[in-house]
Design a protein around this ligand. Structure first.
Ligand code: X8Z
Ligand code: ZN
Length: 630
C-alpha cells in the first residue's frame, strides 16, 4: 500500500533488475524536454508558438504516461516481492526501483512546470494529468542521487522493520517471540490488565530503532518537497484534494466537528462500562487506558463488545462464530466477499487474482502482514496480500481490500495518472461502503447465520458493534496525520516526537498510555502507516464518505426504511451507480465523482449521523448524569 494507495499502497517503488534494462530503452524525458517548449524558436518556425506548446504538452503527457507506467510497474513488482518475502535482497531491489521512480518523477515534475503559462489552453485531460503529476510524490526525493538512494533505502528498511517486528521474552528459560498477530490476539482477548500492558508495551519495543531513520526520512523528504516548490511533505499530502492545502485542513475540522459529539458520547459510555470491569484503572474523568480497548492502537474497539453489549440477553450477531461453525477458511471468505460485488452486477475477479494473491501468512519467510490490495502490472493484475484470520474483523477487511481491487479493475484502462481514486479517501471507502451492507439479513441470505432477530434490542446490539468500529476510529483516523503534518512542518521536532504523539492521542482520542512514555520511545513507529509512509487522513475521510456512498447506493437499490437496515446485496442498479463512479478514477476533480454517485459535491457526515440515530439516542440516555470528557 502505497503511495498511491490504490495501486497498493505503494508509494513509489521499485524496479526489478529485469526492468533496469527497459529503463535504458526509453528516452522519453529527453525527448519531451525539447518537445515541451524548451526551444520556442524552433516551434515558431512551424507557426504559432503557443499552439506548438499545446501540442508539446500533449506529447509530454503521453510520454509521462508511458514512462510512469513502466517505472511504477517495476516498482510494484519489486514491492510485491519484498512484501511477500522480506530479505536484504528484496529490500534492496525495492529501494532501487523506488529510487528510479523518484528520480523520474522529480525530473518530470520540473519539466511539467514549463506548461504553467498555457495550462488554461489545454484540454481538461491533459491539464489534469499535469496537475496530478505535480502532486503525485508521497515521498519526494532530493535532487542529489546519493540522497535519493539513501531515502529509498530508508523507506524500504522502515517497512521491513515493521513487517519483521517481534517482541521476545524468556518463558521457562526459553525465548518466546511474538509478532504483531500474536500480540494483537492478546490485546483482543485478554482481560488481565498486566498481560494487556505487557503486549502493548512489548509491540512498541520494535519502534525505537526506527526513530533515527524516520528523522532522516523526514529531512530528506522535506528537501525533496522544497525542490518541487512545496513548503514540506505535509503540504504535498494536503494538496491532493482539489483545493488549497489550507482549505483541506479546514475541511477536516468541519467534518470532525460533525462527528465529534458522537465520539464523545461513545467514549463516555465505554469508559463507564470499563470502569465497572477494571475499577480505578479507568478513572471516570480522564482518558481511557489505551491497552484496555481491545486493539493495539485503540483504533477499533470491537473486541470489547462483550463488555458494552447493550442487551446481553437479546440476540447478538457473532460473525466469527458463524464463520467457524460453517467451516469458512480464508479462501472461502474471499469468495464470499467477491460474491457480494458480483451480486451487484460487477465482474468476477480475474483468474490470476486467485493464483497470485497471498491469503495466508507463510510459515517459511517474513512478510508484511498488513492487508493490502494491488494491481501489480497496472493491467488488471489484481491481488490481495493478507494474513487472513477466520474472524469478523478480517471478513470486513477482505471487503475493504476488494473495494480497492474493484476500483483498479474499473479504471485500469485509463492513463496511469488517472488510475487512482477520485481522492484517496474514495479508494478507502468503497469496500467499507459495501461492508455496511453485511447486515444480519444478508448473512442469513448467504447461509452464514441461520436466523436473525430484528427487534429493537438486536438493532442496538448491532449498532454498538458498528460504532465500536466506525465511530471509535474517527479521532485516530484524524490524528495520525495531524502528527505527521506537525512533524513535517517542524512544529513537532525529533526531541518531541513521542510527546507530540501522546498530546494528540490524549487530546483528540481521549486515551492514555498504560505506562509512562518518554523520548526513548517512538510510538508512532508501531503503527504500520508511519514506517511505511502511507498517508492516513484518507481513512478519516473514508469513514465519513462510506456512509454517503452507502446512502446513495441504498437509494439506487430502492431501499426504504432506516439507513442502518439497508443491504444493497443483489442490486444491479446500485452496482451500476458504483461502477460509473469507479470508472472515472481520478480523471475528474473529486466533487464531480461524488456528485455522480451521491448527487452532492460536498463531503458530509450527515449520513453517518443518520445511520447511528438509534445508538445516539441510547447513548444519550445511558450517559445521563455521567460527567463526560477527559
Ligand atoms: O490500512 C488499512 C487497510 C489497508 S488500506 C487494511 N486500514 C487502516 C488501518 O488498518 O489502520 C483500514 C482501516 C484503517
Ligand atoms: Zn485500504
Amino acid at each position: 500500500m502505497v503511495a498511491r494507495a490504490p495501486r497498493r499502497t505503494v508509494l513509489f517503488l521499485a524496479a526489478s533488475v529485469a526492468c533496469g534494462a527497459c529503463k535504458s530503452d526509453r528516452k522519453a524525458p529527453e525527448k519531451t524536454g525539447a518537445a515541451a517548449g524548451g526551444e520556442p524558436a524552433a516551434a515558431e518556425q512551424h507557426g504559432d508558438a503557443s499552439d506548438a506548446q499545446v501540442r508539446a504538452a500533449k506529447a509530454f503527457v503521453r510520454d509521462v504516461d508511458a514512462r510512469l507506467r513502466e517505472l511504477w510497474v517495476a516498482s510494484s513488482k519489486a514491492e510485491w516481492e519484498k512484501s511477500t518475502n522480506i530479505t536484504d535482497e528484496t529490500e534492496d531491489r525495492a529501494a532501487e526501483a523506488n529510487a528510479a521512480v523518484m528520480a523520474y518523477e522529480t525530473e518530470a515534475i520540473a519539466e511539467a512546470t514549463k506548461f504553467d503559462p498555457i495550462l488554461d489552453r489545454l484540454d481538461p485531460a491533459t491539464r489534469r494529468q499535469i496537475e496530478l503529476l505535480k502532486r503525485t510524490a508521497t515521498l519526494p526525493a532530493p535532487k542529489d542521487p546519493k540522497k535519493r538512494e539513501e531515502l529509498a533505502r530508508i523507506a524500504a528498511k522502515l517497512e521491513g522493520m515493521y513487517g519483521k517486528g517481534k517482541y521476545c521474552t524468556k518463558e521457562g528459560g526459553k525465548a518466546i517471540c511474538r509478532d504483531l498477530g500474536a500480540l494483537s490476539e492478546i490485546l483482543a482477548t485478554s482481560r488481565d490488565p498486566k498481560a494487556l500492558a505487557e503486549a502493548w508495551v512489548g509491540w512498541r519495543t520494535i519502534a525505537p530503532p526506527m526513530r533515527p531513520l524516520y528523522q532522516r526520512l523526514v529531512e530528506l523528504g522535506n528537501e525533496g518537497a522544497r525542490a518541487l516548490g512545496y513548503g514540506d511533505m505535509g503540504e504535498i499530502w494536503r494538496s491532493r484534494y482539489d483545493m488549497p492545502p489550507e482549505a483541506f485542513e479546514k475541511e477536516v475540522e468541519r467534518l470532525w466537528a460533525q462527528v465529534e459529539p458522537l465520539y464523545r458520547a461513545l467514549h463516555c459510555h465505554v469508559r463507564a462500562r470499563l470502569h465497572e470491569v477494571y475499577g480505578d484503572r479507568v478513572p471516570l474523568d480522564g482518558p481511557i487506558p489505551a491497552h484496555l480497548l481491545g486493539n493495539m492502537w485503540a483504533q477499533d474497539w470491537s473486541n470489547v463488545y462483550d463488555l458494552v453489549e447493550p442487551y446481553p440477553k437479546a440476540a447478538s450477531l457473532d460473525v466469527t462464530r458463524a464463520l467457524e461453525r460453517k467451516g469458512y477458511d480464508p479462501l472461502k471468505m474471499v469468495q464470499a466477499a467477491e460474491g457480494f460485488f458480483v451480486s451487484l452486477g460487477l465482474d468476477p475477479l480475474p483468474k490470476t487474482f486467485w493464483e497470485r494473491s497471498m491469503f495466508e501468512k507463510p510459515e517459511d519467510r517474513e512478510v508484511v502482514c498488513h492487508a493490502s490490495a494491488w494491481d501489480v502490472n497496472l493491467n488488471d493484475d489484481l491481488r490481495i496480500k493478507m494474513c487472513i484470520k477466520v474472524d469478523h474483523e478480517d471478513f470486513v477487511t477482505i471487503h475493504h481490500e476488494l473495494g480497492h481491487n474493484y476500483y483498479y479493475h474499473y479504471y485500469y484502462k485509463l492513463p496511469v495518472l488517472f488510475q487512482a481514486g477520485a481522492h484517496d479517501g474514495f479508494h478507502e471507502a468503497i469496500g467499507d461502503a459495501i461492508a455496511l451492507s453485511i447486515t444480519p439479513q444478508y448473512l442469513a441470505r448467504i447461509g452464514l447465520v441461520d436466523q436473525v432477530a430484528t427487534d429493537e434490542k438486536a438493532v442496538l446490539n448491532k449498532q454498538m458493534q458498528d460504532a465500536l468500529q466506525k465511530i471509535a476510529f474517527l479521532p485516530f483516523g484524524k490524528l495520525v496525520d495531524q502528527w505527521r503534518w506537525g512533524v513535517f512542518a517542524g512544529r513537532i521536532g525529533p526531541d518531541a516526537y513521542n510527546a507530540g504523539w501522546w498530546k494528540l492521542r490524549t487530546e483528540v482520542q481521549g486515551v492514555a498510555p498504560p505506562v509512562a512514555r518518554t523520548e526513548a520511545d517512538f510510538d508512532p513507529g508501531a503503527k504500520y502507516h508511519v514506517p511505511a509512509n502511507v498517508p492516513y487522513m484518507r481513512y478519516f475521510l473514508a469513514h465519513i464518505l462510506q456512509f454517503q456512498f452507502h446512502k446513495a447506493l441504498c437509494e439506487a437499490a430502492g431501499h426504504t426504511g432506516p439507513l442502518h437496515t439497508c443491504s444493497i446485496y443483489g442490486s444491479k442498479a446500485a452496482g451500476a451507480k458504483l461502477r460509473a463512479m469507479l470508472e472515472l478514477g481520478a480523471s475528474v476533480p473529486w466533487p464531480d465523482a461524488l456528485e455522480k454517485l451521491t448527487g452532492t459535491r460536498t463531503m458530509d457526515a450527515a449520513p453517518l449521523v443518520e445511520y447511528f440515530a438509534p445508538l445516539v439516542a441510547y447513548l444519550e440516555a445511558q450517559n445521563e448524569g455521567r460527567s463526560c470528557g477527559w
